[in-house]
Design a protein around this ligand. Structure first.
Ligand code: ATP
Ligand code: MG
Length: 393
């Protein structure tokens, strides 16, 4: 049996000049997500219709709920534009859904239709009341809105809407490189960037054998979870064992983390430029730890020219955790594997580091060479392709 879903774009429709581009992109993204379900998509100015096979209804709804750019969607019913027929069908479906209270909201998209919306509401409501015994009108808090859209040939009606994620279609903004640790914050940062239409690649720094393959697997799982919202994600796994050991041996404990993070930024910028990523994205949050004070951010950020976006910079940890739970990354993030930032942790990391001191310390290691070795030994995988990473774990 076939069904129809009506998709509304919301915020997209306000972007006048780019609207066509946005809608085409959204349509492509939806097509890609629904490609295994044999659907037919029809685009209109402010909406899309997806014709689908009812067997796949649950899967399709799940996919649409994780697609950015969709404001809301509904399962709709289609009837010929004929008042008697509309009343009959609405009542039939309404009873099937077992709703008890309703309010009718009609939109006359075909302005030549002879009955005004407000009168049509009354016609449908009285028909329902006349032909049922336990269904009532409730204009303030109905169990179901009966939305009726009258077009020239066909009329669509649907009950309540399912809320979409909003935001912009992924890819509308080009690519950004997400610094993805195994923690709670960075997957949320990635999700928020995706929401604004940024396509993401991810970069993960590891220091085998001080960090484990379990930690790597955790990051792959997180990237996969993010890819539910974005299509395939490329993950760059960068080995920084030597770099980190040099820092540990030669640099004053209080500056170790600051210097390590300056190195991570330098490597991220190089990998971003090589892969045409226009920004870096990370999960830093103001004041969360010593390396995230405003002074630290200055000293760390100054080693790169590329813009760095910190979507969770002003969120409290609890707010970040709420989002992590909602997007299903939290349970993975709290698995207890060591990250390279948590090994060799100094007792008293500097809170207000000085740029000049960093530069002095950095002279003690041949970091250009260590960085270029790390980049040369980077492994890049597509996390949605099981074959590509099966040998890595
Ligand atoms: P998260 O911030 O993801 O919860 P965390 O709190 O352990 O993890 P921080 O030490 O707060 O990480 O680091 C701040 C940010 O730096 C992270 O959100 C992430 O964007 C980046 N980062 C830290 N460690 C790594 C790593 N091993 N690989 C890639 N990025 C990292
Ligand atoms: Mg953090």
């Amino acid at each position: 049996m076939k069904g129809i879903i009506l998709i509304k774009y919301g915020e997209l429709t306000t972007k006048k000049d780019n609207r066509k581009y946005f809608i085409n992109l959204l349509c492509n993204n939806i097509e890609e997500k629904l490609k295994s379900f044999d659907v037919v998509i029809t685009k209109e100015h402010s909406r899309m219709y997806v014709q689908y096979d009812k067997t796949f209804e649950k899967d399709i709804i799940r996919e649409l709920k994780t697609t950015f750019g969709i404001h809301a969607f509904s399962i709709v019913y289609r009837v010929e534009t004929d008042t008697d027929l509309i009343c009959k069908e609405v009542l039939k479906k309404f009873k099937e859904e077992k709703f008890k209270t309703f309010k009718v909201e009609t939109k006359r998209r075909d302005k030549t239709f002879e009955i005004f919306s407000i009168d049509f509401n009354k016609i449908v409501a009285s028909y329902i009341l006349k032909n049922s015994s336990d269904i009532y009108v409730d204009v303030h808090n109905p169990e179901a809105y009966i939305n009726i859209e009258i077009n020239k040939d066909y009329t669509y009606f649907y009950f309540n809407e399912i809320k979409g994620l909003g935001g912009y279609p992924v890819s509308v903004q080009g690519k950004g490189l997400l610094m993805l640790s195994g923690g709670i914050d960075s997957p949320v940062a990635g999700y928020l960037a995706l929401k604004r239409g940024v396509k993401i690649e991810a970069i993960y720094f590891e220091a085998l054998p001080h960090t484990s393959l379990d930690a790597r697997e955790k990051v792959i799982t997180l990237a996969k979870k993010l890819s539910n919202y974005s299509g395939g994600i490329k993950l760059h796994i960068v080995p920084i064992t030597k770099l980190q050991e040099e820092i540990y041996q030669k640099i004053d404990g209080s500056y170790m983390i600051t210097i390590l993070r300056r190195m991570m930024y330098r490597i991220s910028e190089k990998i971003a430029r090589k892969n045409k990523n226009l920004i870096l994205i990370n999960g830093e949050s103001i004041g969360q730890v010593a390396s995230q004070t405003l002074t630290s951010m200055n000293v760390i950020n100054e080693v790169v020219d590329i813009p760095v976006i910190r979507p969770v910079a002003c969120f409290d940890k609890l707010e970040i955790i709420d989002i992590a739970k909602r997007i299903d990354t939290y349970e993975t993030s709290i698995l207890p594997y060591e990250d390279c930032c948590t090994i060799f942790v100094p007792k008293h990391p500097v809170i207000n580091p000085h740029k000049e001191k960093c530069e002095e310390f950095e002279k003690l290691i041949d970091y250009e060479k260590l960085i270029s070795d790390a980049i040369d030994n980077t492994i890049t995988i597509n996390v949605n392709n099981e074959e590509e990473f099966s040998g890595l774990l």
